[in-house]
Design a binder for this molecule. Structure first.
Ligand SMILES: Cc1cc2nc3c(=O)[nH]c(=O)nc-3n(C[C@H](O)[C@H](O)[C@H](O)COP(=O)(O)OP(=O)(O)OC[C@H]3O[C@@H](n4cnc5c(N)ncnc54)[C@H](O)[C@@H]3O)c2cc1C
Length: 690
């Protein structure tokens, strides 16, 4: 058990959650990454500077693909139709395969383009600008659907599957279940090795597998009871398996459901009944499945960010164009200061999104190992601030922004999902706090357990312990500065940032000060909250948000440094420079506000208001509201989901109300009511090339 899961006054349920998370994440990487160092008040210049950049050849290769892709997206890709009819026609998917987009990260020897992570994200950014649905399908295929084979596959698995996923068929990632959403470790799907050890027997149900109904392969996570061959002891672990739709016992009983945005993507529901999965289809070791899933999510969190960055940049340009040309009160809307505030915010946020995203992809290309906190930050940052930019554009365009034919409302709808999926932003905030600050928290707890008076213990036990530790020099060496900081307010020296372009020294000094304060506030919150910090998520969120803002500022500083060194100039650079400066002002203010609220907050009132609202809600009848299908307390008691007048998809046997043929949209009318819909059955003819 780690120091943290051993804390006193932590409930058994929370203790179990900490232990599960630790087991899921596996051992700590040998070297602490950039953000973990921030929690210690250290700034790893070597990780952040110089701003990462691909090789000339890599960039040229990607530029060539981007040029072809943009021509296609601009002139042929049916983005509006995809949204209206709620499917991506097969010809459009085929075109993406033909362009090489679907296999762009697959190594060349297996039929792909061998593009770097940075190039892959540049492509996703471009797709995200034009079509949110397509960006999600490409990302679900390559970042999570088949990524595990690239990362963990055996040579035989690679030879068997990679050429197909690069050129022929889509892949899907099956982690979520009816009972498993944010709590990924709670898998109910199970696999068990057959008596002859030749295959796994897989049973369970998966939900929301993007492109599952069209996929030629699935990466499936399943719980397994694993026996230690030496001790005979058993433990529960999660194992990752490759399945194919032709395996007996796989039933895709729901192909898709209608939804708010990214309506061209399809999410399948699958049931596995005694499916025999050959031993050679296992990915990585038994029990390492969650590690496989989380490693893939590092890539998915980047491509999600790339898609929303593309959409946000488009939104910014559209929004500014609108307010410069729309006149009210005898002048352009852009002349009003409240509108200018939004314009400036958009420029600052998109600059930071870009800087952070490509800092992240550069780290992945370099092979940095401790990057899980950073990819989580990238995801939270881009989905949160991207949404703010897109929503600001909606506001700036007024009523016209809301109209379908202006195509902006699609971008707005398509980009709301990113705060929910691939780890909801709230879960990511807790993760960034806990995993980012874990080592420092452990050190603090060790010191506290050794040197603080424990009121629950008798006096002589306390005295013996204190005297014993007082002679432990290494411990005292770590404890004294901490005590001086916590009780006398003497802060250790902050980091010194040198070596960047001289024009940026002032910003570098401001950033260094913020890093020093961030580390101080982490410790102070630990002192104020003690064990309660484990459940004080709002405090965790404030600390996580500051880590998020610091990583964004550091990335922006590095990017601006590279731009200045390259001698960039002109209106685009001037926009970037002003955006960068505004970003610093905004985020510095946000961080200081967060720190103030860590000490003086209204959380107690918030807790009372939430408790009172929950008590009132208990008086409302369940039957008037939607209740989760797997609720352990009110399953089946909620308002039934609406099926009439909502588009149903062919092959849906989940709600039992789905018509074999629907009158709304070709996607549905082409269905045949069978359990499996292949891309072929929803084909529409390609329009003539322009
Ligand atoms: C369009 C779409 C595509 C998807 N594609 C895939 C896919 O390809 N493969 C796959 O496996 N899954 C997929 N999913 C599932 C997706 O990953 C889950 O929706 C996501 O993990 C959230 O789970 P949930 O929806 O059950 O929300 P819940 O877990 O019920 O959470 C609901 C909300 O509660 C809050 N919350 C939850 N836990 C905490 C906590 N610990 N602390 C504070 N707040 C919390 C958050 O605000 C969260 O948004 C997809 C979902 C959608 C909608």
């Amino acid at each position: 058990m780690s120091t943290l899961s051993n804390l006193k006054n932590v409930s058994a349920r929370d203790r179990q959650m900490i232990q599960q998370a630790e087991a899921m994440l596996g051992p700590e990487p040998s070297e602490m990454g950039f953000v973990k160092n921030l929690f210690w008040g250290r700034f790893r210049n070597d990780i952040i500077f110089p701003y990462p950049r691909e090789s000339r050849e890599e960039r040229a290769k990607c530029d060539a693909l981007l040029a072809k892709l943009e021509t296609y997206l601009k002139h042929e890709h049916p983005s509006a139709l995809i949204d209206q009819e709620e499917y991506i026609p097969e010809w459009a998917i085929e075109r993406l395969f033909d362009l090489g987009v679907m296999g762009m990260t697959v190594p060349e020897q297996y039929g792909g383009l061998s593009l770097s992570v940075t190039s892959y994200n540049r492509v996703l950014e471009m797709i995200g600008r034009y079509c949110g649905s397509t960006a999600v399908v490409v990302s679900a295929h390559q970042s999570i659907g088949c990524k595990a084979i690239m990362l963990f596959g055996t040579e035989a698995q690679k030879r068997r599957f990679l050429p197909k996923v690069a050129r022929e068929y889509l892949s899907a990632f099956c982690l979520s279940e009816p009972t498993v959403g944010s709590d990924a470790a709670g898998q109910q799907t199970r696999c068990q090795l057959s008596d002859d050890g030749q295959y796994y027997i897989l049973n369970g149900e998966k939900k929301w597998a993007t492109s599952g109904a069209m996929a030629g392969m699935f990466t499936v996570m399943a719980k397994q009871t694993i026996t230690d061959p030496e001790t005979g002891e058993t433990r529960e672990g999660i194992t990752a398996l490759i399945c194919t739709p032709d395996m007996e016992g796989i039933d895709i009983f729901q192909n898709n459901r209608s939804k708010t945005g990214i309506r061209g993507t399809w999410q399948a529901r699958l049931r596995f009944t005694d499916v025999k999965v050959p031993l050679e289809n296992r990915l990585h070791k038994e029990g390492r499945g969650l590690n496989v899933a989380l490693t893939c999510l590092n890539f998915g969190r980047c491509t999600l960010s790339a898609g929303v960055t593309g959409a946000a940049k488009y939104a910014m340009n559209q929004g500014i164009k609108w307010v410069q040309t729309r006149y009210q009160f005898g002048r352009p809307l852009a002349d009003f200061e409240l509108v200018q505030q939004k314009i400036a915010r958009m420029a600052a946020y998109t600059y930071a999104m870009d800087a952070l995203l490509y800092m992240m992809t550069g780290m992945l290309d370099r092979g940095d190992t401790d990057i899980m906190v950073e990819t989580a930050i990238c995801k939270v940052f881009c989905s949160r601030y991207g949404w703010q930019v897109i929503d600001d554009t909606m506001q700036m365009m007024g009523g016209e922004g809301y109209m379908t034919e202006n195509e902006f409302e699609r971008t707005w709808r398509d980009n709301r999902i990113h705060r929910i999926v691939e780890g909801s932003n709230e879960v990511m905030q807790s993760f960034i706090f806990a995993y980012g600050g874990k080592q420092l928290a452990e050190q603090m707890v060790t010191i506290q357990q050794a040197l603080l008076w424990d009121a629950d213990q008798p006096v002589e036990r306390n005295l013996t312990r204190l005297l014993r530790h007082a002679t432990n020099l290494p411990l005292m060496k770590r404890a004294l500065p901490l005590v001086a900081e916590l009780y006398l307010g003497i802060l250790p020296a902050g980091p010194v940032l040198r070596g960047m372009h001289p024009a940026l020294q002032d910003h570098a000094d401001r950033l260094a000060k913020l890093v020093q304060k961030h580390a101080h506030y982490f410790k102070m919150v630990g002192k104020w909250e003690r064990e309660k910090i484990v459940t004080r998520q709002v405090q965790q969120g404030r600390l996580a948000d500051n880590a998020i803002l610091l990583f964004a500022l550091a990335s922006a500083l590095s990017k601006m440094d590279a731009q200045l060194r390259a001698g960039e100039h002109g209106v685009a650079f001037e926009r970037d420079r002003a955006a960068f400066e505004h970003l610093f002002d905004l985020f510095e203010q946000d961080m200081l506000r967060n720190m103030g609220e860590m000490r003086h907050h209204t959380d107690a009132g918030m807790q009372r208001a939430a408790a009172a609202a929950r008590r009132h809600n208990d008086t409302l009848p369940n039957g008037d509201y939607i209740i989760h299908e797997a609720s352990p307390v009110a399953q089946g008691l909620g308002k039934p989901p609406l099926t009439e007048s909502i588009k149903q998809f062919p092959g849906d046997r989940y709600l039992q109300a789905a018509p074999a043929e629907s009158s709304s949209g070709d996607g549905a009318t082409l269905g045949n009511g069978q359990s499996k819909v292949t891309a072929k059955k929803i084909t529409k003819k390609a329009p003539a090339k322009k």
